[in-house]
Design a protein around this ligand. Sequence first.
Ligand code: SAM
Length: 299
Amino acid sequence: MAVEEMEEVMPPEGAGAVIVAATPIGNLSDVSTRLRDTLREARKVAAEDTRRAARLLESVGARARMVSLHAHNERSRIAQLLNGVLGGEDLVLLCDAGTPGISDPGMRLVSEARRAGIRVTPLPGPCAAIAALSIAGFSAERFRFEGFLPARQAARRARLEQLKPVAETLVFYEAVHRLSATLEDMREAFGAGRNAVLAREMTKLHESAYGETLDGLCRKAASGTIVPRGEFTLVVAGASTPKENEGAAALDAVLNVLLSELSTRQAARLGAQLAGTPRRAAYQRALELNRPKQSAKGK
Ligand code: SAM
């Protein structure tokens, strides 16, 4: 938007504020002093799931009135909520866990509030994407938050293909029942050797993190080493440097020749030696290169 279009709207006199408050992503001890005090002082809280919010409020001794605000009623509730704020009452916005608006409801309320000139202020705190990024050990000078990939495989694969050349670290949320399929699609799209960190149940009792190649993560998911329960955030290293790309291109060139004469296993073993690539990564790549031929044969 051009600067001249960004007209400043004066806060309506006597209006309250919308406080966008992050809440723990698992460990209730992550409630900050400020969050606790704000919730105790609040008279009205808009929450994605009021029963869940009630537990949080109870844990800090807060008694605010709760109004549900979720993806299905966001549009219709906003006017009612903002009228209250215009009338002078602060509104605390919560989501189930983490930061509202980050793969969670909140954006619409915030943008309408801003349009009405209402002050919107953050009460920062946990966010699974940032927490996972902080423990991944990949560059976060720049990163790309992708949130949830499409649930349908064709759309998910198409999105991953688009992301393949992205050099920045990628951050994804994923539901447990799609985790294995997503990891396999990532291995296919980004290559078996791309590094990734899978953060499970962060801040909770069974927190664990797996730092591996995508191939390694797929194997661990298939063997059950990665417990298929709980919440997962996946951080994937960005596309490799030109030097590494050259290495991948060299492996492809060698494999393409070898695969025309040899079995996948033999081609991978020789290809790994010739291109200086780990044998498992060469085997995975040989399978990928062979796949179009195999499916053509099957037709
Ligand atoms: N707004 C939230 C935030 O700021 O983190 C994210 C909400 S999104 C609906 C929920 C997803 O976040 C989960 O499916 C999972 O991918 C990720 N997530 C939430 N809590 C997590 C945790 N404790 N450990 C790992 N991932 C988590």
